[in-house]
Design a protein around this ligand. Sequence first.
Ligand SMILES: [Zn+2]
Ligand SMILES: [Zn+2]
Length: 407
Amino acid sequence: MYGVHPAKDSDEAVGNGTTEVIRTYQTWKGSNIFFLGGRVIFGPDVRSVFLSIFLIVAPVAVFCVFVARKLLDEFAHHLGILVMVIAIVFTSYVIILLLMTSGRDPGIIPRNTHPPEPEIMDQSLEIGSSQTPQLRLPRIKEVMVNGMTVKVKYCDTCMLYRPPRCSHCSICDNCVERFDHHCPWVGQCIGRRNYRFFFMFVSSATLLCIYVFAFCWVYVIKIKDSEEISIWAALIKTPASIVLIIYTFICVWFVGGLTVFHLYLISTNQSTYENFRYRYDRTENPYNRGVVENFKEVFWSSIPPSKNKFRAVVQREPETLPRAAGGGGFMNSNVEKTPSDIEMGNRKPTGNNGDEMSGGNNRRSSWGRRSGSWELPSDIASLASGLGDSNRIIGGSSGSLGGQNRQ
Ligand SMILES: [Zn+2]
Ligand SMILES: [Zn+2]
C-alpha cells in the first residue's frame, strides 16, 4: 500500500529514514512500460511501436531515394523538390501522431486501494453457517444516460465501478475510460485521451499511402513518356516503384479500411469495443447525439487531464492487511479473479444489452441489495452527467458481489 504525498518534481526518489520514497510509476500495478522517468507511458507491447515506425519510415526512405529524387527536375519552377519535402514532412507528422497515441495515458482510471464502502447494512441477511453479517456490493449498478439504462460493472482488479464506456484492458491491466480497443500496432490502449490522435494517425497514414502510390505512378508515366515505351517496360525500369506500388496498395486497404470503419464509429458515437459487443444497430445507443455532435465530441472537445500522476512521490509503506471484515464485511479480498473478468480476453456479455450475469447461477441475490437508490462515486457521476443534460442517475442493483459467490 502506498500513501500519496504531495508531488515533488525536482528530484528523484530519495531515502527517508526507514521509509523508502519512490514515484508512482515505479509502483504501478498495471503492466505498462514507462520511459523518461514516468513522463511517457506505453503498453507492455511497446516494441511493436518500433516495428510500426519501421514499416512507415522504410518505404518512405525508398520512395525518397528511388522515386522523389528522380522527380527533382521533372517539374517546372523547381517544384520537384516539393515531392520529397512533402513526403518527409508528412511522414514526420504521421510518426508524431503515432507517438502521441502510444506514449500518453489513454484514460486510465486509478485503482482504488480499498473497495468502495457499501452504503447500508443489509438487514435481510441469511443467518446460516456464518453468524457474521456480511455486506455485499452489487456487482452491477445501473445508471441513466440520456434516458437509457446503462449497466456499470464492478472491476475486481481496480476495485471500482467502471464508469459508463469504461472497460478493463487485459493486456495493460487497467480500466480505461471510453475504451476503444488495445491496438497492438501502437502498443497502447485506445481510449478517451488518445482516440483523436489514433484516428488522425490512421487517416494520415492512409493519405501517406495514397501519396506514395500516386507519385510512384507519376514517375512511371514520366519514364514512359520520355522514353516512349510501354507502361510495363517503364515499370520494369523502376523496380523500387513496383515494390512501393504493391506495398502501398496492400497497406491502404488496411489503414484506409480502418479509417472508414472509424468514421462510421465516430458518426454513430460507438467505440470499437461497443460495436463488437453491443451491436447498437439492434439496441439503441445512448451516446449517439447526432453526426455533427458526435464528430465534435471526438475532435473539438477538450481532452481531460490524466487522472494519474505517474511522477508523484509516494512512500513505500509496509503491506497492510485488507480492512477487517467487521467494519463492513466486504469480501473483496476473498474474491478470486476469474477469466470472465478480463474484458478483452473473454467476451463475456456485459453492459447495455442487459445480458450480464444472466448465467450467474452461483449468485445469491438475497445477499445483495435489491432495490433502493444509491450514490455513485463522484467521478462516475460526473462522467455520466457529462454525457448529456438530461442525464439522471438512479440506483438499482442486479447482482451481488460476495466473496464466495463469485464464479
Ligand atoms: Zn479495472
Ligand atoms: Zn491496453
